[in-house]
Design a protein around this ligand. Structure first.
Ligand SMILES: *Cc1c(COP(=O)(O)O)cnc(C)c1O
Length: 409
């Protein structure tokens, strides 16, 4: 029987059996940092990914970075010079984006449940607020009166379709996100009355999609819905954010997204748009796809333990730093992330092991019965595909173990 394999992790070179990140062998990087565990993100890989996107996406399309995927300030600063804007999901993220020098008009703020205080901050900053409900719109109207500032808004639309085979659905059906598409025309009337600075529409339907066909369909329906709403809007639609949702291969049997095909489809769809809409700017927003593959999580083997024939590598890292690799961040069935022994790459001697962390819970599992190079205490375990939804998506206070560091190299 052949088992499905992980997509090959070829983004980091190997020198003398050691993984190399940012031109440094991993063992040396660990010495430079002085402690494990840590996350390391490779700035050249992030830049290369943006370049790859620019090559394959239609020329006029604007590229935004969705900061919640990786809000490390150095990463955001690096991306600030490479993307056309950023999408933030809190005032905390807004601060990081503004600190990085992104102009406020190019920052948009999405998410349900924005507090009055958060809305005041966003209005004062002059960023685009993606309005998620009628209630939020009326709150913004009150705050506009109180502050005397004209708010910049876009309408987040909850579409009447879902992104098929998406890891996480964020649109379609009943959702806490956005305003149901059928209610949007009335909301646009209200925005015209309020004389807000109106940016346009934001339609985001899902995340972690590897299927070209599903993305093509989502792009087609999203554009259709956006243009239909734009054609009857009493306020001009300057921009339509068509979301993103591009996935990366995490689990055995998955292969990388065919970006060329996605880009070609999108090019064709944009070319078909009637000329009356030619002033509309189209935006695509990506988090995971930009940073996930540029990052690794590294922890050290503390102990090798055999229990009734099964070998465990007990490490100093675990779910408190990397919830997603443990299988507890939205996965239905637990599967292994790509994992390797970073200082023993491509050696012949392997064994089947489970990699666990130091937390006193069986959930603290980084690899379940994987074939890895034969490891000993002191060796470095690497979890690939860890640049997105890693540290900040993890319960770092759980069991009060030391924090993980992060470096951009
Ligand atoms: C989370 C989020 C994204 C990013 O999704 P990725 O799968 O990381 O690309 C984009 N837009 C919105 C509105 C989001 O909430």
């Amino acid at each position: 029987m052949t088992h499905p394999k992980h997509a090959p992790m070829t983004q980091f070179p190997i020198r003398n059996h050691c993984l190399v990140i940012g031109d440094l062998p991993l063992t040396r990087l660990a010495q430079r940092i002085g402690t494990t565990p840590f996350y390391a993100y490779d700035r050249k890989l992030i830049s290369a990914r943006i370049q790859f996107l620019r090559q394959h996406l239609p020329a006029g399309i604007h590229l935004h970075y969705a900061m919640k995927a990786n809000p490390m300030p150095a990463v955001v600063q690096h991306l600030a010079g490479l993307v056309d804007g950023m999408d933030v999901a809190s005032v905390g993220e807004m601060k990081v984006a503004l600190d990085a020098g992104i102009t406020p008009e190019n920052i948009s703020f999405a998410g349900p449940g924005k507090s009055r205080q958060e809305l005041i901050c966003a209005i004062a900053a002059g960023i685009v607020i993606n309005v998620e409900s009628e209630y939020e719109l009326e709150t913004i109207a009150q705050l506009a009166e109180e502050t005397g500032f004209q708010p910049k808004v876009a309408v987040r639309v909850n579409p009447d379709f879902e992104l098929k085979s998406s890891g996480m659905k964020m649109g379609g059906g009943s959702k806490q996100f956005g305003i149901d598409a059928e209610c949007v025309p009335a909301v646009l009337q209200r925005i015209a009355q309020l004389r807000f600075d109106f940016e346009g529409l934001h339609i985001f339907s899902g995340s972690q999609n590897l299927r070209v066909e599903a993305l093509r369909e989502a792009h087609e329906k999203t554009l259709q819905l956006g243009l239909q709403l734009a054609s009857t809007s009493p306020v001009p639609v300057r921009a339509i954010n068509i979301g993103g949702g591009f996935g990366v291969p995490y689990f055995p049997g998955e292969s990388p997204l065919d970006l060329n095909a996605v880009g070609t489809n999108l090019q064709r769809l944009l070319a078909e748009i009637p000329s009356q809409f030619s002033a509309i700017r189209f935006v695509i927003e990506l988090g995971r796809y930009i940073v996930a593959e540029a990052g690794i999580y590294v922890c050290r083997v503390l102990e090798k333990k055999i229990s009734r024939g099964q070998t465990f590598l007990v490490t100093n890292g675990g779910l408190h730093h990397h919830l997603a690799a443990s299988g507890n961040f939205g996965q239905v069935i637990r599967k292994n992330y790509p994992v390797a022994i970073g200082n023993k790459m491509k050696i012949d001697e392997t064994e089947i092991v489970s990699v666990v962390g130091p937390l006193c819970t069986p959930l603290d599992l980084l690899a379940d019965r994987m074939e890895l190079s034969r490891a000993e205490p002191g060796d470095l375990v690497v979890v690939f595909q860890s640049g997105a939804y890693g540290l900040t998506a993890s319960p770092t206070a759980f069991l009060s173990h030391p924090a993980s560091l992060e470096v951009l190299i």
